[in-house]
Design a protein around this ligand. Structure first.
Ligand code: ATP
Ligand code: MG
Ligand code: FE
Length: 354
């Protein structure tokens, strides 16, 4: 099936066109530059930008794929999680398109779509699969039984997301937004062992043992790490010494990457999952890719990392999941649904069919 996907959960307006597992177009307009001076995404600005970008981005995607709306078999749209006002623009646009064209409409979960995009590179997803999603808004480990009916949240951050931690720490160090790419680069010149920053929720009482798992075995926490970096910087100022920015960047990055890779591999092992898929904007991180590759290899876990343009928020991932739902015979959602901004429940399911 030829499916049009619409994404507007955060600061990217994405329109994708996918036929089966073949990517035809992935047009993305980002409002990131408009948020730079605030050091983070401002919801109202993001919503307004979606409104302005939706139709031009749709036109661009149709032109790139060289298809018309009439040829599209179904439309899929992100219903959540995400920013309420931002989601609303994509959902309203998708409903308008569906009503105007008579095409079936699927409301899809953004997190599941980060997994579903995997089919665009390397084909069908393996049966035994976990996903590690790391972005500005998410840090999650999922068990993926079936994209249409069985996705379980094994763990998530209890405070900041990993990308958010990068952005906040960059700000503390006087570095520009977004912080991830800048810290990644700087860290290459620093010593990751220079400062021992805390690994959130990795102590025995949170992780437990194999027999008696702790309450936060697969969860993450990055706010303590951020505070530790802040204290370290303050201490440098108080002592009148220069902040060793590259060492702080490298040590901070090591703390983040160490704990997320360790927990992702542990979750795979303890749930008997033989494959791991990485997604989200932080998947671009060089140290994360390196350490995750090494740890998966020694644990005998197959690792799939889609290219960066498919890991950050985009419309192709929504179209790819939509195409898989159509293929699986899932009924369309209809147009009677709203946005779903909350964090996913322990088992992510699709909204009931109308
Ligand atoms: P969502 O959370 O809904 O997926 P988002 O816009 O917050 O959306 P993305 O666009 O997927 O997230 O990714 C942006 C985040 O990824 C930012 O926090 C940015 O700092 C981080 N990031 C980008 N490149 C890197 C990198 N090389 N290393 C670490 N973090 C990075
Ligand atoms: Mg983004
Ligand atoms: Fe995302």
């Amino acid at each position: 099936p030829l499916v049009l996907g619409i994404e507007s959960s955060c600061d990217e307006t994405g329109i994708g066109l996918v036929r089966g597992t073949e990517l035809l177009a992935n047009a993305v307009a980002s409002s990131m530059q408009e948020h730079v001076r605030f050091g983070g995404v401002i919801p109202e600005i993001a919503s307004r930008a979606h409104l302005e970008s939706l139709v031009p981005t749709l036109r661009e995607a149709l032109a790139t794929a060289d298809v018309t709306l009439a040829e599209v078999d179904a439309i899929a749209v992100t219903t959540g999680p995400g920013l309420a006002g931002a989601l609303m623009v994509g959902v309203a646009g998708a409903k308008a398109l569906a009503l105007a064209t008579g095409k079936p409409l699927y409301a899809v979960n953004h997190l599941v779509a980060h997994v579903g995009v995997g089919v665009l590179e390397g084909g069908e997803l393996p049966d035994s699969l976990a996903a590690l999603l790391v972005s500005g808004g998410h840090t999650e480990i999922l068990r993926v039984g079936s994209l249409s009916s069985d996705v379980e949240l094994l763990g998530s951050t209890i405070d900041d997301a990993a990308g958010e931690a990068y952005d906040k720490v960059a700000r503390l160090l006087g570095l520009p937004y977004p912080g991830g790419p800048v810290i990644d680069k700087l860290a290459a010149q620093g010593n990751p062992k220079a400062i021992r920053f805390p690994r959130g929720l990795s102590l025995g009482k949170f992780m437990g043992t194999a027999e008696a798992p702790g309450p936060h075995r697969y969860d993450f926490s990055f706010s303590g790490l951020k505070t530790a970096v802040a204290r370290y910087v303050e201490d440098c100022h108080a002592r009148g010494v220069q902040v060793p920015v590259a060492d702080v960047a490298a040590s901070f990055q090591e703390a983040v990457v160490d704990v997320i890779t360790k927990k992702a591999v542990l979750a795979c092992q303890e749930h008997g999952l033989k494959n791991l898929l990485l997604g989200g904007g932080v998947a671009a991180n060089s140290r994360l890719r390196e350490l995750l590759t090494a740890r998966c290899q020694s644990a005998g876990i197959g690792l799939r990392i889609p290219r960066p343009g498919l890991c950050t928020d985009n419309g192709a991932m929504i179209a790819a999941l939509g195409a898989q739902l159509v293929q699986a015979g899932v009924a369309p959602t209809g147009t009677d649904f709203g946005t779903d901004t909350g964090m996913p429940p322990s088992v992510i399911s699709l909204p009931p069919a109308a």
